[in-house]
Design a binder for this molecule. Structure first.
Ligand code: FAD
Length: 411
């Protein structure tokens, strides 16, 4: 069986790792020229859903590298006012990084993708933009066609090509991804001595949300590597190159579009211009919050429209399938999209492996994966959207909501 995956994002690479491990012929096509050619965000919340998917797919040394390069475990979520007055603090059950189901941490996206790419260099092809597929007239399988005029032949095609998926566009043309109207301005602040000295205390133990106004909120998360990624790689996978990953604070100002200058203006701004807008938006906020924005790396600031997938009715299984944002994109309000994409990878890998080993028919395998995935994937979309619709800024709302659902509220 030959599986072609479109998209070397988190889900596509994780699936490729798993299929490779079980000896299935797999190839990945990615339109970007490299892992770091585009801003995609920095810090990713990772929980048991992701860790179980990763453990199912990665060779043990790479899974260990994921654990070693994770940030310190998340023990709480704190909600504060813009003057840093605490509104809620919610403690999580004690995370346990040695048990995948109990993982609760954050990782750096580039570091995680570097781990996911390790050992796959010969099967991942960068700079290859998928255009469309065609069923072959004879002999089964399909032709997968690229923008540069080349093609490949595969038995199974997996669209792991993110929210704007072309695979989905051809396969399920009625499945829609729409703009929620929410916007977010993301930045990254290196954890220098100065920043560290005035870092709000709550960030050392987990995620924080600032309720700025009815329209605008701010999310803050620290990525503090337990072990320097380069040291962990030297021990576990010496060829992995993490490009001097250092600890930092991720911040995101988020709210309805009206909380920001007009989209056209925001899209015309470069990193320093966006950083200036962020500084303006937090004028009058506590100086320890403002210093995080003034201390940010300007070129790392970016602006994002938040999109979501509409629910899709189940469809009959074929040899084309989808995973991750390509089928169930969701707002980042609950930190679920990557977790679910990695869960998808683990599930699809298990089903395809059983089919390759003769334990079940291929279409039955894909159908079982899709039935499950549609259910938990769109539940996650609904939950993420529900948070994003609450007031006080979507990210602040997320933490408030979490305080009702999970953990132990202490204040
Ligand atoms: C700022 C931000 C913060 C987030 N924070 C979190 C978080 O804390 N926790 C969490 O769980 N989720 C988070 N998410 C969501 C998460 O990033 C996504 O859900 C996740 O990346 C989905 O993975 P994926 O593999 O499906 O798609 P992607 O990671 O988007 O990968 C898709 C890949 O396909 C490639 N591609 C697209 N079209 C083509 C084509 N035609 N040909 C070839 N290649 C193509 C793209 O270049 C890309 O590399 C966040 C998202 C953002 C934007």
């Amino acid at each position: 069986m030959r599986v072609a995956i479109v998209g070397a994002g988190l889900g596509g690479l994780c699936l490729a790792q798993g299929l490779r491990r079980t000896g299935i012929d797999v190839v990945v096509y990615e339109r970007d020229t490299g892992l770091d050619s585009r801003r995609q965000g920095y810090r990713l919340h990772m929980d048991g859903r992701a860790a179980q998917g990763l453990q199912a797919c990665l060779p043990p040394d790479l899974y260990e590298l994921f654990v070693a390069t994770a940030s310190s475990p998340s023990r709480q979520v704190t909600v504060v006012t813009k003057q840093l007055k605490q509104l809620h603090r919610v403690e999580f059950p004690e995370p346990d990084m040695s048990v995948p189901a109990r993982v609760n941490t954050s990782v750096d996206r580039f570091v995680l993708r570097t781990i996911l790419l390790a050992g796959l260099e010969d099967v991942v092809h960068f700079g290859k933009t998928f255009v469309r597929y065609e069923q072959k007239d004879t002999g089964g399988g399909m032709r997968v066609l690229f923008e540069d005029g080349t093609e490949d032949i595969a038995d199974v095609l997996v669209g792991a090509d993110g929210a704007g998926s072309r695979v989905r566009g051809q396969y399920l043309p009625l499945a829609r991804v729409r703009d929620t109207g929410d916007r977010a301005l993301y930045g990254k602040t290196p954890l220098t001595d100065d920043i560290q000295a005035r870092l709000p205390e709550m960030l050392w133990d987990g995620f924080a949300a600032v309720v700025g106004s009815r329209k605008l909120g701010m999310a803050l998360g620290l990525v503090r590597f337990q072990e320097r990624p380069a040291d962990a790689a030297a021990r576990l996978w010496p060829t992995a190159d993490f490009k001097d990953a250092d600890s930092y604070v991720m911040w995101a100002l988020s709210g309805k579009g009206g909380a920001f200058p007009a989209d056209e203006r925001m899209r015309a701004l470069d990193g320093p211009g966006l950083q200036a807008v962020a500084e303006d938006l937090v004028r009058g906020w506590h100086q320890d919050l403002r210093q995080l924005i003034t201390g940010a790396a300007p070129e790392e600031t970016f602006f994002l429209s938040i999109r979501t997938s509409d629910p899709v009715e189940p469809w009959p299984a074929t040899t084309v399938t989808l995973l991750g944002d390509a089928i169930h994109a969701m707002p980042p309000s609950r930190g679920s999209g990557a977790n679910i994409a990695l869960k998808d990878a683990g599930r699809l890998c298990a089903e395809l492996t059983r089919a390759a080993e003769g334990g079940q028919e291929l279409l039955e395998a894909i159908g079982r994966y899709e039935t499950d995935m549609i259910d938990y994937g769109f539940t996650a979309v609904r939950d993420s959207l529900a948070l994003a619709r609450q007031g006080g800024g979507p990210v602040a709302a997320a933490a408030t909501f979490l305080s009702r659902l999970t953990g132990r509220r202490t204040t």
